[in-house]
Ligand binder design. Structure first.
Ligand SMILES: [Zn+2]
Ligand SMILES: [Zn+2]
Length: 448
């Protein structure tokens, strides 16, 4: 029997040997970005690599997800998922954007696929694998970025989806029923001198697809015969801004959105205007409270000009709950690899303001979502690029491999301890029921 430390050394050495290959995979995905639920090529890249590595896998989960699975050689035990997110954003001005689709990896998810495969390769080292109990589940998941709302609603209408976020949909489909806990790692650009960070939390949110309906008319000869849907929307946005003083400091409220249709021809009174909007807050209760304020504002816009509005409220993400035991393993392993001064542990109250569907998964099973540096520029902008692939891909691959070894070596004792200590916030059925309850259509006529 090799010691756990020796197993970690072997896994890390294997990852070092494969560093060029896993960085190459990340850069290949960077050059071929695909937004959520259309990551067809990206998921093929993952499936092909799984095949090469001899890993049994299923494809097409929640449209593009790819789930691999291999057993350790030491008998049954906990099943640990290593997650990598497949999807890109849409940032047309990004230096690596697809010129036709505007898709771009402005959130670093291409690195996650590289690191997930790197961790897998490290754990497949024969001496390592034979001493692991339980199962390792490398899992490439779709659609973390909650974008292209209208397109996804259309997919929902066509029966291809129910929930519009990847992990939400995978939970609903039961694809995490055979997984006991899950880890992943996200790149970040705001960590200063630190190389690896963990802890904190994220915002919950609700997503709104909003249609203002007025009446078209000639904007020059007969504007009085129209009802201007653009004016209704503009008024609603003013009303949302006028409510900012109601938002509580501790709720980390972020309310933001885009107009996806502002009219059709400049010569006509706009008859239909569409918005995609998002209300984020630190707790599910605050999301509900602030969502109601925003709905009120949309109605006010319709009321002001005599238009009508249809608000499709769509279940968004839940705040992140990091499992303490998993986080402590990450802290120990990151410290061993990078030194204590490179590690940042954020207080559980520190809310970064963004949202992730890893938050949803963390309500159902033990999960941990730390950050690695290696990126520069504001996230989701044209400036967000990876400048240090060793830090963005290779380090986290090693830290996750070491963490899985802690969980599954020695009879899987630590993995079992995680399960014994963990108190899920809700089970899968309660989660699906809770999210279904957030789906609601509000219709309001401001006309007579
Ligand atoms: Zn993002
Ligand atoms: Zn991201």
């Amino acid at each position: 029997m090799l010691s756990t430390d020796r197993l970690k050394e072997l896994a890390c050495a294997a990852i070092d040997e494969k560093a060029g290959e896993i960085i190459g995979i990340a850069q290949d995905i960077l050059a071929h970005p695909e937004p959520g639920f259309s990551e067809v090529r990206t998921s093929r890249v993952v499936a092909k690599k799984f095949t090469e590595l001899g890993i049994e896998h299923e494809q097409g989960l929640a449209i593009t997800g790819v789930k691999g699975r291999f057993a350790g050689g030491a008998g049954p035990g906990p099943k640990v998922a290593i997650i990598g997110e497949l999807d890109s954003l849409l940032v047309g001005e990004h230096p690596h954007a697809d010129s036709e689709t505007s898709a771009a990896h402005a959130c670093g998810h291409h690195c996650q696929i590289g690191m997930m495969l790197g961790t897998t390769m490290g754990l497949l080292t024969p001496q390592v694998r034979e001493q692991l109990n339980g199962e390792v589940v490398p899992f490439a998941v779709p659609a973390e970025e909650f974008i292209e709302v209208e397109r996804r609603l259309q997919m929902r209408t066509e029966g291809k989806l129910e929930f519009l976020g990847g992990k939400q949909e995978l939970i609903r489909l039961g694809e995490f029923d055979d997984v006991d806990m899950a880890v992943m790692c996200h790149t970040a650009s705001d960590m200063g001198e630190r190389k690896f960070a963990m802890g904190g939390t994220s915002n919950g949110h609700v997503v709104k697809y909003v249609q203002f309906l007025g009446r078209g008319a000639h904007a020059g000869s007969a504007p009085h015969r129209g009802v201007n849907a653009l004016n209704a929307a503009t008024f609603a946005l003013q009303a949302i801004n006028a409510n900012r003083e109601l938002y509580q400091e501790e709720d980390t409220v972020r309310i933001h959105g885009i107009m996806t249709k502002g009219g059709e021809a400049v010569s006509a009174v706009p008859a239909e205007v569409k918005l995609e909007w998002r209300v984020r807050s630190g707790t599910p209760d605050a999301v509900v409270r602030n969502s109601a304020i925003v709905d009120r504002c949309f109605k006010a816009g319709a009321m002001a000009v005599g238009a009508s509005v249809k608000i499709t409220n769509i279940p968004g993400y839940l705040p992140m709950r990091h499992d303490n035991t998993l986080q402590e393993l990450f802290r120990k392993n990151a410290t061993a690899l990078l030194g204590e001064s490179s590690i940042l542990v954020m207080s559980p109250r520190r809310n970064r303001g963004g949202s992730t569907d890893m938050g949803d998964l963390s309500h159902v099973i033990p999960a941990c979502h730390p950050y690695t540096s290696g990126a520069v520029g504001a996230g989701h902008s044209k400036d967000y690029v990876i400048t240090d692939y060793q830090t963005a891909v290779v380090n986290p691959a090693k830290i996750m491999a070491m963490t899985v070894i802690d969980l599954l070596a020695d009879g899987g004792a630590t993995g079992k301890e995680v399960l014994n200590r963990h108190r899920p916030a809700m089970n899968k059925d309660a989660y699906v029921k809770f999210q279904r309850e957030q789906a609601e259509i509000v219709e309001f006529s401001g006309g007579d």
